[in-house]
Design a protein around this ligand. Structure first.
Ligand code: PRP
Ligand code: URA
Length: 209
C-alpha cells in the first residue's frame, strides 16, 4: 500500500484555513493555493536523490551536491490542478509539465477524460500528479491510470484536501503511489463534496460560480 503523508507544517495549515473560508475571494484563494502548493513541493521533494559535483567557490574548490539529472514531470489534473502548478514550479522550475483533462459527471460522479498531453519519456521520470481535491478518488485513479498508460512507473499524488474514501480508492487502485495531502477531512456529502472541504476548487480558482 502507498503511504499517506499529511503535511502539517504550520504555514500550510494556516493558509489552508483561509483557503477553506467561504469569505475568501477568488484573487486571494488563487494566491493562497499557489503558496500552499509551493510549501508542499518543498516537502514532497525531500527524498530527491543528490549527486556529488566539483565546483569552485571564490575561495576554494568544493565538493558539493546537486539534484540528480532525472527530470521531474508535474501532471496537473484540469482544471483545478492548474491552480497549484505555478507554486510547485517556483520550487522546481526545470520540471516538465503534463495535463490530464477530467471532469466529474455531476450525476454519476464518474470521471470523464477529455484531454491528455504529457512530456516524452514518462518511463524515466519521477511524476507528481497534482489536483487540489481527492473526493471519491475517481479522478485521481483515472489520472494516475492515464500517466501509467504512457509509461510512468514512479508516481506521487499531491492534493490539498482529501476524503478518506478517496484515499482508500487510490491506495486500492494504485498501491504503488504515495499520497501527499495538507488535510484529511471527515468524508463526503450526498453530492460527493468533501466535508468540510473548501467547496468547488475549480469554481473558486477561476470564479466560475
Ligand atoms: C474536481 C477536482 C478533482 C475532482 C475530485 O474536479 O479538481 O479533479 O473534482 O473528485 P473525485 O475525487 O470525486 O473524482 P471537477 O470534476 O470539479 O472538474 P474541474 O476541475 O474542471 O472543476
Ligand atoms: N471537487 C471539488 O472541487 N470539491 C469537492 O469537495 C469535491 C470534488
Amino acid at each position: 500500500m502507498g503511504a499517506v503523508h499529511v503535511l502539517d507544517h504550520p504555514l500550510i495549515q494556516h493558509k489552508l484555513t483561509h483557503i477553506r473560508d467561504k469569505h475568501t475571494g477568488t484573487k486571494e484563494f488563487r494566491s493562497l493555493v499557489q503558496e500552499v502548493a509551493m510549501l508542499m513541493a518543498y516537502e514532497i521533494t525531500r527524498d530527491l536523490p543528490l549527486v556529488d559535483v566539483e565546483i569552485e567557490t571564490p575561495v576554494a574548490p568544493a565538493r558539493t551536491r546537486v539534484i540528480e539529472g532525472k527530470t521531474l514531470a508535474l501532471v496537473a489534473v484540469l482544471r483545478a490542478g492548474l491552480g497549484m502548478l505555478d507554486g510547485i514550479l517556483a520550487m522546481i522550475p526545470n520540471a516538465k509539465v503534463g495535463h490530464v483533462g477530467l471532469y466529474r459527471d455531476p450525476d454519476t460522479l464518474q470521471p470523464v477524460e477529455y484531454y491528455c498531453k504529457l512530456p516524452p519519456h514518462m518511463e524515466v521520470r519521477d511524476v507528481i500528479v497534482v489536483d487540489p481535491m481527492l473526493a471519491t478518488g475517481g479522478s485521481a485513479v483515472a489520472a494516475i491510470r492515464a500517466v501509467k498508460e504512457r509509461g510512468a512507473t514512479s508516481i506521487k499524488l499531491m492534493c490539498l484536501v482529501a476524503a478518506p474514501e478517496g484515499i482508500d480508492k487510490v491506495r486500492t487502485g494504485h498501491p504503488d503511489v504515495d499520497i501527499y495531502v495538507a488535510a484529511v477531512d471527515q468524508g463526503l456529502n450526498a453530492h460527493g463534496y468533501i466535508v468540510p472541504g473548501l467547496g468547488d476548487a475549480g469554481d473558486r480558482l477561476f470564479g466560475t460560480r
